[in-house]
Design a protein around this ligand. Sequence first.
Ligand SMILES: Cc1cc2nc3c(=O)[nH]c(=O)nc-3n(C[C@H](O)[C@H](O)[C@H](O)COP(=O)(O)OP(=O)(O)OC[C@H]3O[C@@H](n4cnc5c(N)ncnc54)[C@H](O)[C@@H]3O)c2cc1C
Length: 383
Amino acid sequence: MSLPEPQPDVVIVGGGPVGLYLAGLMGSMNFHVIVLEKRLEIDRHSKSLGIHPVSMELFEEAGVQTPFLTSGIAIRKGVAHTDQEKIGEVDFGLCPAPYAFILALPQYRTEQILETWIDDMDTVDLIRGAEFRGIKQNERQVTLTYSLGGEFHELQCSYVVGCDGKNSVVRRQAGLEFTGKTYPDTYVMGDFSDNTDFGPDAAVYLHREGLVESFPLPGNMRRWVVKTDSYIRSPDRAMIETEVMKRVGLNLEHQTNSMLSGFGVQHFLADKLHAGKVALAGDSAHVVSPIGGQGMNLGWLNARNLAQTLKTCLNHPEESRSALKAYSKTARDRAKTVAKRAELNMWLGRKRRFPLIRNLLAQMIVNTPLQKKMARIFTMREL
Ligand SMILES: Cc1cc2nc3c(=O)[nH]c(=O)nc-3n(C[C@H](O)[C@H](O)[C@H](O)COP(=O)(O)OP(=O)(O)OC[C@H]3O[C@@H](n4cnc5c(N)ncnc54)[C@H](O)[C@@H]3O)c2cc1C
């Protein structure tokens, strides 16, 4: 069974934060876009929370910044500690106005805002419950199969973009390699009601037992991220409470808890981000460690490039090959830089028996003009 004409210009597989943003950009340019999303509803499990100033600038350009600003919490500084001693601050106020902060917002809220944005566009159709199955392409078009409600459907379009996450089926079907590594670092995280006096600040503890990070969340909650010695798939709250008490000296025992999870970290990158009329964006193209909170933001930065690239491809087909090649190079270079920055963050947070040199380095970073450079790196400038 096929969808009625007219056939879309672009089909985006995956309605996560990157697929939804790309759909909104293409729809705003008056291209007809269909988004296939296998989930019936937005996943409430909160993964990312940090939205960087560069992304807020992209949202302003797209005219969708206001709901983000009214829903999130502006983190204007990060307070750094070694063990329980404060060593200094990284001031995001040094970043260019008006977005001189990192916005904290759970990923599901981000997806809700982006979905509401595209819902208002006549040019974009989001089909929930639609699972991408297969792809065939020739010089003129792509034919794509998906399942919906137990039936298989076929759809023709000019371009397909895989925004279907790190286990991307689109990537596999397009024959694109995904190479990289898993780091030895592992973490647990939990969202607890806030009993700190940190206010809207982030707090980072470079403890000898390993990193602890604490970020404000809307609704008077805080996210705690704790470095562990090994991967714990389903941590219990007592384990996080014990480690926060030991490393930070704060008692979370009587706080309400809304989320617990454990995660390992990886860096993977597609060898090429296009194959014929298929392109990749977001985690299907590049996975970076979430320590430093930049993966989703990287996805948006590259999706902005891809939207311009697809515009060129659709309006000037003769330039499509070189445009997609240029997109692939820019996006891959950016992903490599972001991955290196995340590696520095992970290195700073590792468990150490003799933390003196690391601590001196951290003190130097937060107490010298290097702080300005660090604020730029933490907020994803110079990419
Ligand atoms: C613990 C943790 C914390 C993080 N914190 C941050 C942070 O603070 N800041 C940051 O920038 N990044 C962060 N990240 C990374 C961020 O979550 C990802 O980079 C981001 O989700 C990638 O978005 P995406 O849209 O590319 O992919 P995804 O979010 O994975 O979305 C892919 C979508 O595709 C759909 N899909 C998959 N297969 C199919 C199919 N066959 N057919 C149809 N639909 C399909 C899925 O259902 C899903 O909705 C964090 C990650 C983790 C694990």
